[in-house]
Design a binder for this molecule. Structure first.
Ligand code: CTP
Ligand code: MG
Length: 230
C-alpha cells in the first residue's frame, strides 16, 4: 500500500538554540532534514514528499535536495507561523485520495516497519499514530505537590508519523481552521471530528531533535542504526 508524506520543516528550532533552523545541523555529515528525507527516499511504498519550508530557506533547502539527490519531492510549499499551518499548506497542495503520512522533519530515526504498520492501520481505520509507552512512573501534580499516580499502561507518548486517509485529515484540518483551533498534532484535529485514532507502537529511537542533548542521543542512535545495516 503506497502513501504520500507531508513533512513540516518550516520551524525555527528555538529550543535547540543553534541560532538557525536546527534541521540544518549535521549528524554524520548530513543535515538532519536529509536524514529524515532519506528514510522516505529509500521506502518503495513512498510515492512522493510534500515539504513545507520557510520562504527564505527555500533556496538553501533546494540545494541540499540537489546535493543529496532527493528525488521524491512533489512540491515545496511555504510553511506558516505555526506547525499546524505548515501542515495545512501541505494538505492544500495535495488533493489526492489515498494514505498520507505527516512526519516532522526533525525525527530522522524512523523505522520503516513503523511506517508499514501505520499505513496498514490507516488504510483499515482512517487514522493511526506512532507512539511509545512511558518507561518511568507517571504522576500528576499541582503547584509541585503530587495529586496521584497515573496508570502507566494507559499512557502513550505521541510521535510522528501520523497516518490518515486523505479525506479524514483534510476534513479535520478544515474544521480546525473554521473554529480557529490550534492543536499540537494532527490526531488532535482528527479527534475533534469524532473519528477514532489507532495507536501504533513505535520505537524509542524515533526521538525528535529538539534540544542540545537530543543531538548527543542522535549520534548514538545513528551509529547503532549504521551498525545494524552492515
Ligand atoms: N515546523 C513547521 N512550521 C512551524 C513550526 C514547526 O513546519 N511554524 C516543523 C519543524 O521544522 C519541525 C516540526 O514542525 O520539523 C516539529 O516542530 P518542532 O520540533 O517544534 O520544531 P521547531 O518549531 O523548529 O522548534 P522550536 O519549537 O524549538 O522552535
Ligand atoms: Mg516548535
Amino acid at each position: 500500500m503506497d502513501y504520500t508524506v507531508m513533512m513540516p520543516a518550516a520551524g525555527s528550532g528555538q529550543r535547540m538554540g543553534a541560532g538557525y533552523n536546527k534541521l540544518f545541523l549535521q549528524l554524520d555529515h548530513k543535515p538532519i532534514i536529509i536524514h529524515t528525507l532519506l528514510v522516505f527516499e529509500g521506502d518503495p511504498a513512498c510515492k512522493g514528499i510534500i515539504l513545507a519550508v520557510k520562504p527564505d530557506e527555500r533556496q538553501e533547502i533546494q540545494s541540499m535536495l540537489d546535493r543529496f539527490e532527493i528525488s521524491k519531492i512533489k512540491v515545496i510549499v511555504d510553511g506558516g507561523t505555526e506547525r499546524q499551518y505548515s501542515v495545512a499548506a501541505c494538505i492544500e497542495a495535495h488533493a489526492e485520495n489515498g494514505i498520507v503520512l505527516v512526519h516532522d522533519a526533525a525525527r530522522p530515526f524512523l523505522k520503516r516497519s513503523v511506517i508499514a504498520d501505520l499505513v496498514q492501520k490507516a488504510t483499515e481505520f482512517g487514522a493511526a499514530i506512532a507512539a511509545v509507552q512511558p518507561k518511568d512512573t507517571m504522576k500528576t501534580a499541582t503547584d509541585g505537590v503530587v495529586e496521584e499516580t497515573v496508570d502507566r499502561e494507559k499512557l502513550w507518548i505521541i510521535q510522528t508519523p501520523q497516518a490518515f486517509k486523505y479525506e479524514v485529515l483534510k476534513a479535520a484540518s478544515e474544521l480546525a481552521a473554521r473554529d480557529g483551533f490550534l492543536g499540537t498534532d494532527e490526531s488532535m484535529l482528527v479527534e475533534r471530528l469524532g473519528h477514532p485514532v489507532q495507536i501504533v507502537e513505535s520505537t524509542y529511537e524515533n526521538v525528535k531533535m529538539t534540544t542540545q542533548e537530543d543531538l548527543a542521543f542522535g549520534e548514538i542512535i545513528l551509529k547503532r542504526q549504521l551498525e545494524d545495516f552492515v
